[in-house]
Design a protein around this ligand. Sequence first.
Ligand SMILES: [Zn+2]
Length: 359
Amino acid sequence: MATDALCFRGTVLPDGDVRAVYVVEGRVTYEPVADATVVADDVWLLPGLVDAHCHVGLGKQGAVDEQEQERQATADRDAGALTLRDCGVPADTRWIDGRSDLPQLLRHGRHIASPKRHTRDIGVEVEPSGLVAAVETEIARGDGWVKLVGDWIHREKGDLAPLWPLPELTAAITRAHELGARVTAHCFGEEALPDLLAAGIDCIEHGTGMLADSIAVMAERRVAVVPTLINIARFPQIAEMGAKYPAYADHMRALHRTVHERVRAAYEAGVPIYAGTDAGSEVLHGRIADEAQALHAVGMSAHDALAATSWGARSWLGVSPGLDEGSEASFVAYSADPHDLAVLRHPTHVVLRGHVFRP
Ligand SMILES: [Zn+2]
């Protein structure tokens, strides 16, 4: 009897074992299936990539419609990014959950900011006294995460400054943890980090302000950072746009100059680091390979950069980390060893929930 079973033969990462991987009814099995269709031979297989910081549903002008959301999610899928940690959008993207051909989304609800302290119309804006209630609301809209804006330009001060006092921050993060959610924060500067860490935050987005003291706390408590290096590369342009605030513009340029040494110091100290592109604003979707290469360029080993983009990030997010017997068949095939990170740009096959795509 003919089956719809598929077979991929090659080197299965991260272990490096040469195996025949069968896909039966959307699941991985190593039990040989006699009449399986051999899709690829002598390939390298990576557990589905993760874009640990992107925004499906967000464009340069704010929320985008479903057609554009589909285009964004498809671009990520075709780059091999099969789990997207969606770090805050003003659009409803729940319909994507019903599409087996589009990546898994782990949503953060909307960004939570204080009035006039974020890009207009992107997040919800509340006074610090309303932070706990806003966190409760956004957790209900998300998938186990909530996102705060930790710092932003303060126009009277003319520089980056924290948004939240420590007591409100602590109450909000404590409440999120009671509800079983994790909390992350957008953070560019140095000043906001100590309070975010003292309040018990789980992750920092961007993290360009990481100094030795913050890095030590993050390493000890396993607070992750998603540096979004390919977006940090735009800091000189952001400084240009903010030129009427000279201290802010200088600060952004300084953060850009020091980002490599700071992320490298975090890596060497053992801070968990994951690959995120920040796609959905100025950065286009589908660029996860560029971020993996950028992490390597900062000093991460190729193996650790792959882990940060695949099995390590999956494990951190509670997604099955490897191609284990019975796990969902969501993986990416390459014609060469992706430890040469340039190989990540050209997957030969993307397999999502057992469906095969040829990018
Ligand atoms: Zn972002």
